[in-house]
Unconditional design. Structure first.
Length: 365
């Protein structure tokens, strides 16, 4: 097998090399998914002899990799087998185990997760300061990032339009919703925050998430140093940005890191374990352990440490209300997921039973 240590600057490491060696056949190569479509994906294949060179190829997804549970997403590392026919695309045969996976609840009432990006180290949660800033929405995004095991950073764009006092107030609101998380205000007209590019070092992958029109694609273009992603003008009626990105895409940065641009999301349903929510609300989680009752719901129970702290002005009541709302949503989604899985098993058993009955009838003639 080839040794692909030369692509470490793109996120490859010893664990991936070991997994690749177990799954690959002679002639196969590792590739990283840049874009994923219905039955194909655009893949970056490295040159094992030259560290900075690679080629983008189209790879076909076999039927077993088109199923939701096994389907690759942008950022996945794949085992790519060359086609026997030079005119046919290569074939993605395996998806290597993911280090991290950013997910949200699927839109609508579907009780399942929707994968957004894989093998992400850093997630920029982007919100603009032209009316888009919502602390409650930031908490939702943070729950997904914490569940994925990635590092969150909040970026507040279009800061140049605000006065110094208004900017300070917006920063304070965002930091109150994200204790312990770095929050930066920036404006592409006056220049990016100087600490932003330094986070995207070789070997790290970042993803940008946020609503439509907050400036994610503009940020990507600045990081790339060229106009690669389409951007839109602001709407005349409300001076808000417009939706331009229609797909997820991984792009290599000049310094060796990678960034994944994502479309704006109207809905971001909770798809995270309780522990992830606890990381989003650390001050409430810590104080909850001081309550008199272990099953305290922090409403009107005697000896509730959280309610006492709110009365003293030490905790924010809006944060408590948000914590409760997200926990209720999480529990409801988990309950629907259990029902969904049970029905799926029942359908599979019914299908198996029908197939057995048909086989018996054929044998009887």
């Amino acid at each position: 097998m080839n040794d692909y240590r030369s692509i470490q600057s793109w996120g490859w490491g010893p664990d991936l090399q070991t997994q690749f060696d177990c799954l690959a056949r002679p002639g196969d190569a590792p590739g990283r998914a840049l874009r994923v479509h219905a039955d194909r994906c655009l893949v970056w294949l490295p040159d094992p002899d030259r560290e900075r060179d690679g080629v983008e190829v189209e790879a076909r997804l076999p039927k077993r990799l088109r199923r939701r549970a096994r389907r690759p997403v942008v950022g996945d590392w794949l085992v790519i087998a060359p086609s026997q026919d030079a005119r046919a695309p290569a074939i993605a045969t395996h998806v290597l185990p993911r280090r991290t996976c950013l997910e949200r609840g699927a839109a609508g009432r579907a009780a399942r997760g929707q994968r957004i990006a894989a093998n992400v180290d850093l997630v920029f949660i982007v919100s603009s300061l032209d009316g888009d800033l919502s602390p409650r929405r930031l908490e939702r995004y943070l729950s997904a990032v914490r569940a994925a095991g990635a590092e969150p950073v909040i970026l507040l764009t279009k800061a140049g339009a605000l006065s110094e006092d208004a900017l300070a107030e917006s920063l304070a609101r965002a930091r109150a919703a994200a204790p312990g998380v770095d929050v930066h205000a920036l404006d592409v007209i006056t220049g990016l925050h100087e600490g932003l590019p330094a986070r995207l070092v070789a070997g790290r992958t970042a993803a940008l998430v946020g609503s439509s029109g907050v400036g994610k694609s503009t940020l990507v273009n600045h990081l790339l140093g060229r106009s690669r992603m389409a951007t839109g003008d602001v709407r005349a009626r409300d001076q808000r940005g417009q939706h331009t990105t229609s797909h997820r895409e991984l792009l290599w940065l000049p310094g060796g890191g990678a960034v994944i641009d994502t479309p704006g999301m109207r809905e971001f349903a909770i798809w995270a374990p309780r522990a992830a929510l606890g990381e989003v609300f650390p001050e409430l989680e810590r104080r909850a352990h001081e309550c008199r009752f272990a099953d305290c719901r922090h409403e009107r129970e005697p000896g509730c440490a959280i309610q006492a702290a709110i009365a003293r002005g030490e905790l924010d009541g809006e944060r408590l209300a948000s914590w409760r709302a997200l926990e209720r949503e999480r529990e409801a989604t988990a309950a629907r997921a259990v029902v969904h899985e049970q029905r799926a098993r029942e359908r599979a058993l019914s299908k198996h039973y029908r197939e057995v009955q048909r086989a018996r009838r054929r044998r009887k003639g």
